[in-house]
Ligand binder design. Sequence first.
Ligand code: FPP
Ligand code: FPP
Ligand code: MG
Ligand code: MG
Length: 422
Amino acid sequence: SSLVEDELDPFSLVADELSFIGNKLREMVVAKVPKLASAAEYFFKMGVEGKRFRPTVLLLMSTALNLPIPKAPPPMELGGTTTTDLRSRQQRIAEITEMIHVASLLHDDVLDDADTRRGIGSLNFVMGNKLAVLAGDFLLSRACVALASLKNTEVVSLLAEVVEHLVTGEIMQMTTTSDQRCSMEYYMEKTYYKTASLISNSCKAIAILAGQTAEVAVLAFEYGKNLVCIFVDLQSIVWCFQLQIAMFSCCCCCYMKPGVLNLYISLGNNSVDIFLSICIMYMLYMFLNAIINSFSSVLQGLAFQLIDDVLDFTGTSASLGKGSLSDIQHGIVTAPILFAMEEFPQLRAIVEEGFENPENVNIALDYLGKSRGIQKTKELAMKHASLAAEAIDSLPENDNEEVRKSRKALVELTQIVITRTK
Ligand code: FPP
Ligand code: FPP
Ligand code: MG
Ligand code: MG
Protein backbone atom coordinates (compact mmCIF):
# COMPACT_ATOMS: atom_id res chain seq x y z
CA SER A 1 0.00 0.00 0.00
CA SER A 2 2.92 2.34 0.62
CA LEU A 3 3.75 2.18 -3.06
CA VAL A 4 0.28 3.34 -4.00
CA GLU A 5 0.44 6.06 -1.37
CA ASP A 6 3.84 7.15 -2.64
CA GLU A 7 2.45 7.59 -6.10
CA LEU A 8 -0.29 9.81 -4.78
CA ASP A 9 1.79 11.68 -2.25
CA PRO A 10 2.48 15.03 -3.92
CA PHE A 11 5.81 15.38 -2.19
CA SER A 12 7.18 11.95 -3.13
CA LEU A 13 6.24 12.56 -6.75
CA VAL A 14 8.72 15.40 -7.00
CA ALA A 15 11.18 14.39 -4.26
CA ASP A 16 14.17 13.90 -6.57
CA GLU A 17 13.59 17.11 -8.41
CA LEU A 18 13.13 18.94 -5.10
CA SER A 19 16.54 17.85 -3.88
CA PHE A 20 18.02 18.87 -7.22
CA ILE A 21 16.46 22.31 -6.77
CA GLY A 22 17.79 22.41 -3.21
CA ASN A 23 21.33 21.92 -4.55
CA LYS A 24 20.75 24.47 -7.26
CA LEU A 25 19.61 27.02 -4.68
CA ARG A 26 22.74 26.45 -2.61
CA GLU A 27 24.83 27.15 -5.70
CA MET A 28 22.84 30.25 -6.48
CA VAL A 29 23.45 31.92 -3.12
CA VAL A 30 27.22 31.63 -3.03
CA ALA A 31 28.76 35.00 -2.15
CA LYS A 32 32.30 36.33 -2.01
CA VAL A 33 32.30 38.03 1.37
CA PRO A 34 32.26 35.31 4.08
CA LYS A 35 29.77 37.06 6.33
CA LEU A 36 27.33 37.56 3.47
CA ALA A 37 27.91 33.99 2.29
CA SER A 38 26.95 32.51 5.62
CA ALA A 39 23.93 34.80 5.96
CA ALA A 40 22.68 34.05 2.44
CA GLU A 41 22.95 30.27 2.70
CA TYR A 42 21.42 30.18 6.19
CA PHE A 43 17.95 28.94 5.19
CA PHE A 44 19.08 26.83 2.25
CA LYS A 45 21.10 24.40 4.33
CA MET A 46 19.82 20.83 4.58
CA GLY A 47 17.35 20.40 7.37
CA VAL A 48 16.20 24.02 7.40
CA GLU A 49 14.76 24.18 3.93
CA GLY A 50 11.20 24.49 5.21
CA LYS A 51 8.22 22.68 3.79
CA ARG A 52 9.02 23.61 0.17
CA PHE A 53 5.35 23.95 -0.67
CA ARG A 54 5.96 26.38 -3.46
CA PRO A 55 8.53 24.36 -5.45
CA THR A 56 6.39 21.24 -4.96
CA VAL A 57 3.30 22.91 -6.38
CA LEU A 58 5.25 24.47 -9.24
CA LEU A 59 6.89 21.21 -10.30
CA LEU A 60 3.57 19.39 -10.21
CA MET A 61 2.03 22.23 -12.19
CA SER A 62 4.81 21.94 -14.78
CA THR A 63 3.96 18.30 -15.38
CA ALA A 64 0.24 18.94 -15.22
CA LEU A 65 0.57 21.45 -18.04
CA ASN A 66 2.75 19.21 -20.12
CA LEU A 67 0.40 19.47 -23.09
CA PRO A 68 0.96 19.79 -26.75
CA ILE A 69 1.91 23.44 -27.14
CA PRO A 70 -1.09 25.19 -28.70
CA LYS A 71 0.57 28.31 -30.01
CA ALA A 72 4.02 28.66 -31.49
CA PRO A 73 6.25 30.10 -28.77
CA PRO A 74 7.75 33.52 -29.51
CA PRO A 75 10.90 32.78 -31.56
CA MET A 76 13.19 35.16 -29.66
CA GLU A 77 12.19 33.95 -26.28
CA LEU A 78 11.59 30.26 -26.64
CA GLY A 79 13.29 29.53 -29.92
CA GLY A 80 14.40 25.94 -30.28
CA THR A 81 13.20 24.99 -26.82
CA THR A 82 13.31 21.26 -26.33
CA THR A 83 11.22 19.53 -23.69
CA THR A 84 14.10 19.22 -21.25
CA ASP A 85 14.97 22.85 -21.81
CA LEU A 86 11.44 23.76 -20.91
CA ARG A 87 11.59 21.63 -17.78
CA SER A 88 14.79 23.27 -16.55
CA ARG A 89 13.27 26.69 -17.23
CA GLN A 90 10.24 25.71 -15.19
CA GLN A 91 12.52 24.44 -12.45
CA ARG A 92 14.14 27.83 -12.46
CA ILE A 93 10.75 29.39 -11.72
CA ALA A 94 10.54 27.10 -8.69
CA GLU A 95 14.02 28.22 -7.59
CA ILE A 96 13.24 31.90 -8.09
CA THR A 97 9.97 31.58 -6.21
CA GLU A 98 11.61 29.88 -3.25
CA MET A 99 14.37 32.49 -3.28
CA ILE A 100 11.87 35.39 -3.22
CA HIS A 101 9.97 33.57 -0.48
CA VAL A 102 13.06 33.20 1.72
CA ALA A 103 14.09 36.82 1.05
CA SER A 104 10.65 37.95 2.22
CA LEU A 105 10.92 35.75 5.33
CA LEU A 106 14.28 37.34 6.23
CA HIS A 107 12.76 40.80 5.97
CA ASP A 108 9.57 39.72 7.70
CA ASP A 109 11.47 38.42 10.71
CA VAL A 110 13.20 41.79 11.04
CA LEU A 111 9.85 43.59 10.86
CA ASP A 112 8.24 41.16 13.32
CA ASP A 113 11.29 41.09 15.56
CA ALA A 114 11.06 37.30 15.44
CA ASP A 115 13.65 35.15 17.17
CA THR A 116 12.93 31.77 15.61
CA ARG A 117 12.19 30.49 12.12
CA ARG A 118 12.02 26.91 10.85
CA GLY A 119 12.96 25.62 14.27
CA ILE A 120 16.24 27.52 14.53
CA GLY A 121 17.20 31.08 15.41
CA SER A 122 15.99 33.58 12.82
CA LEU A 123 18.75 35.30 10.89
CA ASN A 124 18.09 38.68 12.52
CA PHE A 125 18.32 37.00 15.93
CA VAL A 126 21.57 35.21 15.08
CA MET A 127 23.36 37.85 12.99
CA GLY A 128 21.45 41.04 13.66
CA ASN A 129 18.93 43.11 11.71
CA LYS A 130 21.42 44.79 9.42
CA LEU A 131 22.84 41.60 8.03
CA ALA A 132 19.41 40.00 7.74
CA VAL A 133 18.09 42.92 5.67
CA LEU A 134 21.13 42.88 3.42
CA ALA A 135 20.99 39.10 3.02
CA GLY A 136 17.35 39.47 1.95
CA ASP A 137 18.35 42.09 -0.62
CA PHE A 138 21.11 39.82 -1.84
CA LEU A 139 18.74 36.87 -2.34
CA LEU A 140 16.32 39.14 -4.15
CA SER A 141 19.05 40.28 -6.53
CA ARG A 142 20.11 36.68 -7.21
CA ALA A 143 16.47 35.88 -7.96
CA CYS A 144 16.41 38.80 -10.41
CA VAL A 145 19.49 37.51 -12.23
CA ALA A 146 17.94 34.05 -12.53
CA LEU A 147 14.72 35.64 -13.74
CA ALA A 148 16.51 37.64 -16.41
CA SER A 149 18.28 34.51 -17.64
CA LEU A 150 14.89 33.13 -18.69
CA LYS A 151 14.73 35.87 -21.32
CA ASN A 152 10.99 36.14 -21.10
CA THR A 153 9.86 39.68 -20.42
CA GLU A 154 6.29 38.68 -19.54
CA VAL A 155 7.52 36.39 -16.79
CA VAL A 156 9.97 39.04 -15.55
CA SER A 157 7.15 41.60 -15.20
CA LEU A 158 4.91 39.06 -13.54
CA LEU A 159 7.38 38.16 -10.80
CA ALA A 160 8.56 41.76 -10.35
CA GLU A 161 4.94 42.62 -9.67
CA VAL A 162 4.81 39.85 -7.08
CA VAL A 163 7.59 41.55 -5.10
CA GLU A 164 5.55 44.75 -5.23
CA HIS A 165 2.56 42.76 -3.93
CA LEU A 166 4.56 41.34 -1.01
CA VAL A 167 5.55 44.84 0.03
CA THR A 168 1.99 46.13 -0.50
CA GLY A 169 0.53 43.33 1.63
CA GLU A 170 3.02 43.91 4.42
CA ILE A 171 2.35 47.67 4.43
CA MET A 172 -1.41 47.04 4.36
CA GLN A 173 -0.98 44.85 7.44
CA MET A 174 1.00 47.41 9.38
CA THR A 175 -1.14 50.44 8.55
CA THR A 176 -4.72 49.24 8.99
CA THR A 177 -7.32 51.73 10.20
CA SER A 178 -9.94 50.36 12.56
CA ASP A 179 -12.51 50.28 9.75
CA GLN A 180 -10.16 48.22 7.60
CA ARG A 181 -9.40 45.90 10.49
CA CYS A 182 -13.06 44.92 10.56
CA SER A 183 -13.48 44.50 6.83
CA MET A 184 -13.53 41.09 5.21
CA GLU A 185 -12.71 42.64 1.82
CA TYR A 186 -9.61 44.33 3.19
CA TYR A 187 -8.52 41.11 4.86
CA MET A 188 -8.93 39.12 1.64
CA GLU A 189 -7.06 41.72 -0.39
CA LYS A 190 -4.22 41.82 2.10
CA THR A 191 -4.05 38.02 2.10
CA TYR A 192 -3.82 37.97 -1.68
CA TYR A 193 -0.94 40.44 -1.76
CA LYS A 194 0.97 39.07 1.18
CA THR A 195 0.54 35.36 0.68
CA ALA A 196 -1.30 34.27 -2.46
CA SER A 197 0.23 36.46 -5.15
CA LEU A 198 3.62 34.74 -5.11
CA ILE A 199 2.40 31.21 -5.73
CA SER A 200 -0.47 32.12 -8.04
CA ASN A 201 1.68 34.24 -10.34
CA SER A 202 4.47 31.67 -10.32
CA CYS A 203 1.94 29.04 -11.40
CA LYS A 204 0.96 31.40 -14.19
CA ALA A 205 4.62 31.81 -15.15
CA ILE A 206 4.93 28.03 -15.47
CA ALA A 207 2.09 28.09 -18.00
CA ILE A 208 3.54 31.05 -19.90
CA LEU A 209 6.95 29.40 -20.20
CA ALA A 210 5.24 26.34 -21.66
CA GLY A 211 3.65 28.58 -24.28
CA GLN A 212 0.16 27.75 -23.05
CA THR A 213 -2.92 29.81 -23.87
CA ALA A 214 -4.08 32.69 -21.71
CA GLU A 215 -7.00 30.49 -20.54
CA VAL A 216 -4.66 27.80 -19.26
CA ALA A 217 -2.45 30.43 -17.60
CA VAL A 218 -5.51 31.79 -15.77
CA LEU A 219 -6.45 28.28 -14.59
CA ALA A 220 -2.93 27.78 -13.23
CA PHE A 221 -3.18 31.15 -11.47
CA GLU A 222 -6.59 30.29 -10.00
CA TYR A 223 -5.30 27.00 -8.68
CA GLY A 224 -2.39 28.65 -6.86
CA LYS A 225 -4.55 31.39 -5.43
CA ASN A 226 -7.24 29.07 -4.09
CA LEU A 227 -4.72 26.60 -2.71
CA VAL A 228 -3.10 29.28 -0.58
CA CYS A 229 -6.50 30.51 0.58
CA ILE A 230 -7.25 27.03 1.97
CA PHE A 231 -4.09 27.09 4.03
CA VAL A 232 -4.64 30.63 5.23
CA ASP A 233 -8.21 29.82 6.32
CA LEU A 234 -7.11 26.73 8.18
CA GLN A 235 -4.21 28.55 9.77
CA SER A 236 -6.65 31.12 11.11
CA ILE A 237 -8.73 28.35 12.69
CA VAL A 238 -5.59 26.90 14.26
CA TRP A 239 -4.73 30.32 15.70
CA CYS A 240 -8.16 30.51 17.31
CA PHE A 241 -7.67 27.16 19.01
CA GLN A 242 -4.16 28.07 20.08
CA LEU A 243 -5.51 31.22 21.64
CA GLN A 244 -8.26 29.29 23.37
CA ILE A 245 -5.76 26.87 24.83
CA ALA A 246 -3.40 29.65 25.87
CA MET A 247 -6.20 31.56 27.57
CA PHE A 248 -7.44 28.40 29.25
CA SER A 249 -4.00 27.61 30.68
CA CYS A 250 -3.63 31.22 31.76
CA CYS A 251 -6.90 31.14 33.68
CA CYS A 252 -5.99 27.85 35.36
CA CYS A 253 -2.68 29.28 36.53
CA CYS A 254 -4.38 32.40 37.89
CA TYR A 255 -6.80 30.31 39.95
CA MET A 256 -4.02 28.02 41.06
CA LYS A 257 -1.57 30.60 42.35
CA PRO A 258 -3.57 32.10 45.27
CA GLY A 259 -4.57 28.62 46.43
CA VAL A 260 -1.01 27.39 46.54
CA LEU A 261 0.15 30.61 48.20
CA ASN A 262 -2.46 30.31 50.96
CA LEU A 263 -1.40 26.76 51.60
CA TYR A 264 2.21 27.85 51.86
CA ILE A 265 1.42 30.60 54.34
CA SER A 266 -0.76 28.40 56.53
CA LEU A 267 1.74 25.55 56.58
CA GLY A 268 5.09 27.27 56.76
CA ASN A 269 5.85 28.19 60.39
CA ASN A 270 9.20 26.58 60.99
CA SER A 271 11.97 25.15 58.85
CA VAL A 272 10.61 21.57 58.82
CA ASP A 273 7.19 22.85 57.91
CA ILE A 274 8.71 25.03 55.21
CA PHE A 275 10.44 22.01 53.72
CA LEU A 276 7.22 20.02 53.91
CA SER A 277 5.14 22.79 52.45
CA ILE A 278 7.56 23.21 49.58
CA CYS A 279 7.23 19.49 48.90
CA ILE A 280 3.44 19.69 49.04
CA MET A 281 3.47 22.79 46.89
CA TYR A 282 5.67 21.09 44.37
CA MET A 283 3.48 18.01 44.25
CA LEU A 284 0.37 20.11 43.99
CA TYR A 285 1.96 22.14 41.24
CA MET A 286 2.92 19.01 39.29
CA PHE A 287 -0.52 17.54 39.83
CA LEU A 288 -2.36 20.65 38.66
CA ASN A 289 0.03 21.00 35.78
CA ALA A 290 -0.73 17.46 34.71
CA ILE A 291 -4.45 18.18 34.89
CA ILE A 292 -4.08 21.35 32.85
CA ASN A 293 -1.95 19.55 30.31
CA SER A 294 -4.36 16.71 29.94
CA PHE A 295 -7.22 19.18 29.70
CA SER A 296 -5.32 21.03 27.04
CA SER A 297 -4.70 17.87 25.12
CA VAL A 298 -8.33 16.83 25.44
CA LEU A 299 -9.29 20.27 24.20
CA GLN A 300 -6.73 20.06 21.46
CA GLY A 301 -7.82 16.56 20.62
CA LEU A 302 -11.40 17.68 20.23
CA ALA A 303 -10.57 20.89 18.49
CA PHE A 304 -8.11 19.44 16.10
CA GLN A 305 -9.79 16.18 15.35
CA LEU A 306 -11.00 17.65 12.12
CA ILE A 307 -7.83 19.33 11.01
CA ASP A 308 -5.22 17.07 12.48
CA ASP A 309 -4.00 16.13 9.04
CA VAL A 310 -3.67 19.74 8.08
CA LEU A 311 -1.50 20.35 11.08
CA ASP A 312 0.75 17.45 10.21
CA PHE A 313 0.83 18.68 6.71
CA THR A 314 1.59 22.31 7.34
CA GLY A 315 3.91 21.64 10.23
CA THR A 316 1.97 24.02 12.42
CA SER A 317 1.61 21.30 15.05
CA ALA A 318 5.30 21.62 15.87
CA SER A 319 4.68 25.11 17.21
CA LEU A 320 1.43 24.19 18.89
CA GLY A 321 1.25 25.09 22.54
CA LYS A 322 4.66 26.68 22.44
CA GLY A 323 3.65 30.02 21.02
CA SER A 324 3.26 32.75 23.58
CA LEU A 325 0.01 34.65 23.77
CA SER A 326 1.47 37.64 21.97
CA ASP A 327 2.81 35.42 19.20
CA ILE A 328 -0.63 34.06 18.45
CA GLN A 329 -2.48 37.33 18.97
CA HIS A 330 -1.36 38.81 15.68
CA GLY A 331 -3.56 36.33 13.88
CA ILE A 332 -6.67 37.07 15.82
CA VAL A 333 -8.56 39.35 13.43
CA THR A 334 -8.85 36.79 10.65
CA ALA A 335 -11.78 35.10 8.93
CA PRO A 336 -13.29 33.39 12.04
CA ILE A 337 -13.49 36.63 14.03
CA LEU A 338 -14.65 38.62 11.01
CA PHE A 339 -17.47 36.11 10.47
CA ALA A 340 -18.33 36.20 14.17
CA MET A 341 -18.50 39.98 13.93
CA GLU A 342 -21.19 39.70 11.25
CA GLU A 343 -23.33 37.75 13.72
CA PHE A 344 -22.46 39.82 16.79
CA PRO A 345 -21.88 43.45 15.78
CA GLN A 346 -21.00 44.30 19.40
CA LEU A 347 -17.76 42.38 18.85
CA ARG A 348 -16.64 45.23 16.62
CA ALA A 349 -15.99 47.52 19.59
CA ILE A 350 -13.70 44.89 21.11
CA VAL A 351 -11.78 44.41 17.88
CA GLU A 352 -11.37 48.16 17.53
CA GLU A 353 -10.02 48.40 21.09
CA GLY A 354 -7.36 45.83 20.19
CA PHE A 355 -6.07 42.79 22.03
CA GLU A 356 -3.33 44.15 24.24
CA ASN A 357 -5.72 43.48 27.09
CA PRO A 358 -6.14 39.70 27.54
CA GLU A 359 -9.68 40.33 28.78
CA ASN A 360 -10.56 41.41 25.23
CA VAL A 361 -9.14 38.16 23.89
CA ASN A 362 -11.43 36.31 26.28
CA ILE A 363 -14.49 38.30 25.22
CA ALA A 364 -13.69 37.80 21.53
CA LEU A 365 -13.21 34.08 22.03
CA ASP A 366 -16.51 33.99 23.87
CA TYR A 367 -18.35 35.56 20.94
CA LEU A 368 -16.47 33.34 18.54
CA GLY A 369 -17.66 30.28 20.45
CA LYS A 370 -21.28 31.44 20.28
CA SER A 371 -21.01 32.28 16.60
CA ARG A 372 -20.65 30.15 13.50
CA GLY A 373 -17.31 31.81 12.73
CA ILE A 374 -15.20 28.64 12.78
CA GLN A 375 -17.80 26.69 10.81
CA LYS A 376 -18.06 29.42 8.18
CA THR A 377 -14.28 29.60 7.87
CA LYS A 378 -14.19 25.85 7.34
CA GLU A 379 -16.81 26.21 4.66
CA LEU A 380 -14.77 28.96 3.05
CA ALA A 381 -11.73 26.68 3.01
CA MET A 382 -13.86 23.98 1.37
CA LYS A 383 -15.05 26.46 -1.21
CA HIS A 384 -11.47 27.39 -2.05
CA ALA A 385 -10.60 23.70 -2.26
CA SER A 386 -13.32 22.99 -4.76
CA LEU A 387 -12.40 26.08 -6.80
CA ALA A 388 -8.79 24.90 -6.91
CA ALA A 389 -9.80 21.40 -7.95
CA GLU A 390 -12.15 22.88 -10.54
CA ALA A 391 -9.28 24.83 -12.10
CA ILE A 392 -7.30 21.61 -12.50
CA ASP A 393 -10.30 19.73 -13.88
CA SER A 394 -10.87 22.49 -16.43
CA LEU A 395 -7.42 22.04 -17.98
CA PRO A 396 -7.46 20.61 -21.51
CA GLU A 397 -7.85 16.84 -21.31
CA ASN A 398 -4.77 14.69 -21.51
CA ASP A 399 -4.20 10.94 -21.47
CA ASN A 400 -0.55 11.00 -20.52
CA GLU A 401 -0.01 8.99 -17.34
CA GLU A 402 2.46 11.48 -15.81
CA VAL A 403 0.20 14.42 -16.54
CA ARG A 404 -2.77 12.68 -14.95
CA LYS A 405 -0.75 11.70 -11.90
CA SER A 406 0.45 15.27 -11.34
CA ARG A 407 -3.03 16.67 -11.75
CA LYS A 408 -4.30 14.13 -9.28
CA ALA A 409 -1.55 15.14 -6.85
CA LEU A 410 -2.48 18.82 -7.21
CA VAL A 411 -6.11 18.00 -6.43
CA GLU A 412 -4.91 15.75 -3.62
CA LEU A 413 -3.06 18.73 -2.12
CA THR A 414 -6.38 20.51 -1.74
CA GLN A 415 -8.28 17.42 -0.63
CA ILE A 416 -5.70 16.32 1.92
CA VAL A 417 -7.47 18.80 4.10
CA ILE A 418 -10.98 18.79 2.87
CA THR A 419 -11.94 15.14 2.36
CA ARG A 420 -10.73 14.28 5.82
CA THR A 421 -12.62 17.10 7.46
CA LYS A 422 -16.02 16.25 6.00
C1 FPP B 1 5.60 31.07 5.88
O1 FPP B 1 5.53 30.25 4.74
C2 FPP B 1 4.25 31.53 6.23
C3 FPP B 1 3.55 32.43 5.55
C4 FPP B 1 4.10 33.12 4.37
C5 FPP B 1 2.15 32.73 5.96
C6 FPP B 1 1.04 31.89 5.38
C7 FPP B 1 1.38 30.73 4.54
C8 FPP B 1 0.69 29.56 4.48
C9 FPP B 1 -0.51 29.35 5.30
C10 FPP B 1 1.15 28.42 3.58
C11 FPP B 1 1.02 28.78 2.14
C12 FPP B 1 0.68 27.60 1.31
C13 FPP B 1 1.15 27.32 0.06
C14 FPP B 1 0.61 26.16 -0.65
C15 FPP B 1 2.17 28.14 -0.63
P1 FPP B 1 5.70 28.66 4.82
O2 FPP B 1 4.79 28.13 5.87
O3 FPP B 1 5.56 28.10 3.46
O4 FPP B 1 7.20 28.61 5.33
P2 FPP B 1 8.38 27.56 5.08
O5 FPP B 1 8.97 27.92 3.76
O6 FPP B 1 9.34 27.85 6.20
O7 FPP B 1 7.83 26.19 5.11
C1 FPP C 1 5.14 36.19 6.51
O1 FPP C 1 4.06 36.67 7.23
C2 FPP C 1 5.60 37.24 5.53
C3 FPP C 1 5.24 37.35 4.23
C4 FPP C 1 4.34 36.38 3.61
C5 FPP C 1 5.72 38.46 3.34
C6 FPP C 1 6.61 39.49 3.94
C7 FPP C 1 7.00 40.49 2.92
C8 FPP C 1 7.89 41.49 3.13
C9 FPP C 1 8.58 41.63 4.42
C10 FPP C 1 8.18 42.43 2.02
C11 FPP C 1 9.61 42.33 1.52
C12 FPP C 1 9.70 41.37 0.40
C13 FPP C 1 10.85 40.91 -0.20
C14 FPP C 1 10.74 40.04 -1.40
C15 FPP C 1 12.22 41.23 0.24
P1 FPP C 1 3.85 36.44 8.79
O2 FPP C 1 4.73 37.34 9.58
O3 FPP C 1 2.41 36.61 8.99
O4 FPP C 1 4.20 34.91 8.96
P2 FPP C 1 5.26 34.14 9.85
O5 FPP C 1 4.50 33.63 11.01
O6 FPP C 1 5.77 33.04 8.97
O7 FPP C 1 6.33 35.10 10.25
MG1 MG D 1 6.39 36.99 10.74
MG1 MG E 1 4.90 39.46 9.38
